[in-house]
Design a protein around this ligand. Structure first.
Ligand code: GLN
Length: 532
């Protein structure tokens, strides 16, 4: 699209200020005004994608429908905007360099010296413009990861400077900073913001709008001060005070007239007022629910809730849909033992066993599944959680002693979960799993069917192992129902136990498909059952 507008969101002072939520919220407001908008994330690290990163390093790895392993901020974009992002919405330094080096090897640069400027910056600019040209978005918001001043983000900042120079009328820079509060003197301090804007100016970029993250309201005096020292109008200084839930941020920023100033600066018509009625009632249900329930989320990264971001957000969506607060107890799978099950799951109305890789903590997860199955507690197993439910059933119902996944014990006697045929010859770890959205055909009259109310669903995957069809008949005979199958490859995608109140395991990741507008039916029905 010729006149796509490009908005860049940079961050200063510290990381973790919530650039992702600010970007997603602005996008939502512009979308509700009638613009076709998307958000893109640039990550200044050398991994080609976060797929090979440990969740301790980077939190959850979010998967797009086209099978890209991406930053968890893309999850926020999808949940807020109810659109699909793609592999082009997340770009790392590693991906940029890898593309440039591949081109160099092919001889595409015709003997030129390959340099950061212009070759790396050109590749970055190509990605910025791609979402406008290839997908036709009217507004593309690009979130630049990291903090201004980091060596690593310099090529990205330089690319923003160049694009701005090329098309000043179609670009806008929003700088997000922190205004710390000194409790000793009871003051909010603007100096870090001034310094951070100075750093941007040194790199040739004058921000158009400054967003101030703060724990206390900004006074007019502070607004004026920031405006004066950072060369922006008073109205271009936006307050972003801490709020109770991230879903409140769009409402807050609209009150601050953030979308109005953005459109004004881009010389775009305001079109209509954003209709926030539905969004407000969703936020209201999160803040003032009538009911509550307790759900245990069993995983091995519980010190870091970001590792399970999408599951936690899906539970918030499902809670709001059921007019309930979902209290999530994060349970460390390594600490679960036979003798503490009652205590661990005291007052727990539903158990979710999380996805994961590697053998750490799996026996604890299996104990949790056995407990849920035997005590008729609603159970949802996601990816590894589903595989472990199969293993638990094999060991304790079919009495296949030591049944396992070949991921954990290569030569187990009962490989009920095994490497997919297509995976056996793969050596590279990055981007080679079964990734992205695949069809799943539901069995009529199954629980899954009654929840989805559809014959064919499409859900996202990220795994190498699968149910071993060699054992299918034995499982069926013993009462396990396979209620979802991938029709193209005949892979087991959903298992359930009809004798149980609510026991479902899914080989895919439903959490990547839950949005504010479309809370995921599996989570909604799971929470509904927990509330009964
Ligand atoms: N480790 C398992 C596999 O690779 C499950 C992966 C997951 O839970 N995402 O198949």
């Amino acid at each position: 699209m010729k006149n796509t507008k490009y908005i860049f969101v940079t961050g200063g002072v510290t990381s973790s200020l919530g650039k992702g939520i600010i970007s997603a919220s602005l996008a939502k407001l512009l979308q509700l005004r009638g613009y076709n908008v998307t958000v893109q994330k640039f990550d200044p690290y050398l991994n080609v994608d976060p797929g090979t990163l440990n969740p301790y390093e980077h939190g959850e790895c979010y998967v797009t429908i086209d099978g890209a392993e991406t930053d968890l901020d893309l999850g926020h974009y999808e949940r807020f905007l109810n659109i699909h992002t793609t592999q082009d919405n997340n770009v790392t330094t590693g991906k940029i360099y890898s593309n440039v080096i591949n081109k160099e090897r092919r001889g595409d640069y015709l003997g030129k010296t390959v340099q950061i400027i212009p070759h790396i910056t050109d590749e970055i600019k190509r990605y910025i413009k791609l979402l406008g040209s290839k997908y036709g978005y009217e507004i593309v918001i690009t979130e630049i990861g990291g903090t201004v001043g980091d060596i690593e983000s310099l090529p990205f900042i330089e690319s923003v400077r160049q694009i701005r120079w090329e098309m000043p009328e179609n670009t806008l820079v929003i700088h997000l900073t922190l205004v710390p509060y000194l409790s000793a003197t009871g003051e909010l301090k603007t100096k870090p913001t001034q310094h951070s804007v100075k750093m941007l100016l040194e790199n040739g970029i004058q921000p158009d709008i400054i967003v101030l993250r703060t724990e206390h309201s900004i006074t007019q005096e502070i607004r004026r001060k920031v405006a004066l020292f950072c060369n922006v109008e008073n109205e271009a200084v936006i307050e972003a005070k801490n709020v109770k839930t991230i879903y409140e941020v769009p409402l807050y920023l609209h009150e601050e007239k953030f979308d109005t100033i953005v459109l004004k600066k881009l010389k775009l018509p305001e079109k209509k007022e954003p209709d926030l009625t539905k969004w407000k009632s969703f936020v209201d249900k999160i803040k003032n629910p009538d009911y509550s329930t307790n759900v245990a989320l069993v995983g091995k990264y519980v010190e870091l809730a970001d590792a399970y971001k999408s599951i936690i957000e899906s539970l918030i969506h499902a809670g709001a849909t059921n007019n309930a607060k979902v209290n999530i107890k994060l349970v460390h799978s390594e600490r679960i033992e036979e003798n503490n099950l009652n205590e661990t799951f005291k007052d727990i109305k539903g158990i979710i066993v999380a996805p994961g890789f590697g053998s750490r903590g799996i026996e604890g997860k299996i104990l949790a599944i056995k407990y849920a199955r035997e005590n008729n507690i609603p159970f949802l197993g996601i990816c590894l959680g589903m595989q472990l439910a199969v293993i638990e059933f094999a060991r304790n119902v079919l009495h296949y002693k030591d049944a396992n996944s070949t991921e954990f014990v290569r030569n187990t006697n009962y490989p009920v979960i095994d490497l997919m045929e297509s995976q056996k010859s793969i050596v590279d770890k990055g981007g080679t799993m079964r990734l992205g959205a695949y069809n799943c055909e539901l069995l009529p009259e199954s629980k899954a069917y009654s929840i989805y109310k559809k014959n064919i669903i499409k859900e996202r995957h990220r795994h190498r192992y699968e149910f071993n069809n060699r054992y299918l008949e034995e499982f069926k005979k013993a009462g396990m129902v396979v209620s979802g199958i991938n029709p193209e490859m005949n892979l087991v995608e959903i298992i359930e136990l009809p004798s149980h109140k609510w026991f479902i395991g899914v080989q895919f990741h439903p959490e990547f498909n839950s949005t504010v507008e479309n809370p995921h039916p599996l989570f909604v029905d799971f929470i509904k059952t927990c509330l009964e």
